[in-house]
Design a protein around this ligand. Structure first.
Ligand code: AMP
Ligand code: MG
Length: 269
């Protein structure tokens, strides 16, 4: 599929976020193709999820990362809307608890990796440990530098054990974030989303962008690729994520299991 190829970060290739237009829609128009295609994808995803669950051989893990107000929650709401909650789990990662910080940083992650048949969505993830941990100097450089390889090894191990991983960086620019944070102050239905600390993070915008660039370059792998999703336009962000998820599930092509008995020989009375 086209968007999957266009948005994927080629393993080892440097990423310069300033050069990637967060308003790009790759020729899609909101009015027709964009919205209609999203509806079709939503219906198809529901069907593929049902098969994935029935087959129970693969798990799918979707990782969402991005600056504050980049649309991580909105992506879950709009793209996952048709999925059956019975086999879809969303996990948000916040500041680690006292118990979590006393373990290695992958401990809390590994515990909630989706099981075979499930689709798991991570709103933030172990990547925070090479993003916020780096920018805010929560651990020394020697520690966070080692994590890129550790993450690649961890994700490879998961992949070899039946977990298909998709990682999306929702790319907005500073002006778009400004508008969205202002809306969180001016719209009473959005006040609850605003946190004062968002402004501190915003002041460190450039440092976060550099940290993201390194994570994208060092951890986009054959087995767990990163996608940079232009996310200034919410409808395109939703379309892109649903296209890539759909294409990935189509490739997995999950099948309903064949019965282990001769169904013609069994009578239900
Ligand atoms: P939100 O996603 O807006 O609910 O915010 C969650 C907050 O938790 C963000 O400020 C993250 O940077 C922070 N966070 C998540 N994971 C970590 C981590 N491993 N270390 C430190 N802060 C984290
Ligand atoms: Mg927030």
């Amino acid at each position: 599929m086209k968007l999957r190829k266009e948005l994927m970060v080629k393993p080892g290739r440097p990423v310069v976020l300033d050069k990637l237009d967060p308003g790009n829609t790759f020729g899609w128009e909101k009015s027709d193709a964009g919205t209609k295609r999203l509806e079709q994808n939503t219906a198809r995803l529901a069907e593929l999820q049902w098969r994935l669950f029935a087959e129970s051989r693969h798990a799918v893990l979707i990782i969402l990362q991005g600056m504050d107000a980049s649309g991580k929650d909105g992506t879950v709401r709009h793209v996952m809307t048709g999925l059956n909650p019975a086999s879809c789990r969303v996990q948000s990662f916040k500041v680690p608890t006292d118990e979590e910080v006393r373990h290695d940083y992958l401990w809390r992650i590994h515990k909630v990796i989706p099981s075979h048949g499930e689709i798991g969505v991570f709103n933030r993830s172990h990547y925070e440990d090479v993003l916020v941990a780096r920018v805010r100097q929560l651990v020394p450089k020697e520690i966070w530098k080692r994590r890129y390889n550790q993450i690649n090894d961890f994700e490879q191990m998961l992949t070899e054990n039946g977990v298909t991983i998709l990682k999306f960086f929702l790319h907005i620019d500073k002006a778009e974030q400004c508008d969205r944070l202002r809306a969180r102050l001016s719209d009473s239905t959005k006040n609850w989303k605003f946190e004062r600390s968002d402004l501190d993070v915003r002041r460190q915008w450039d440092l976060y962008q550099r940290a993201y660039e390194d994570a994208l370059r060092r951890c986009s792998t054959k087995w767990a690729p990163w996608f940079v999703v232009p996310a200034n336009k919410k409808w395109f962000r939703n379309l892109a994520v649903s296209e890539i998820l759909r294409a990935t599930l189509e490739d997995l092509n999950p099948q309903f299991p064949k019965p282990l008995f001769d169904v013609t020989k069994i009578r239900v009375t």
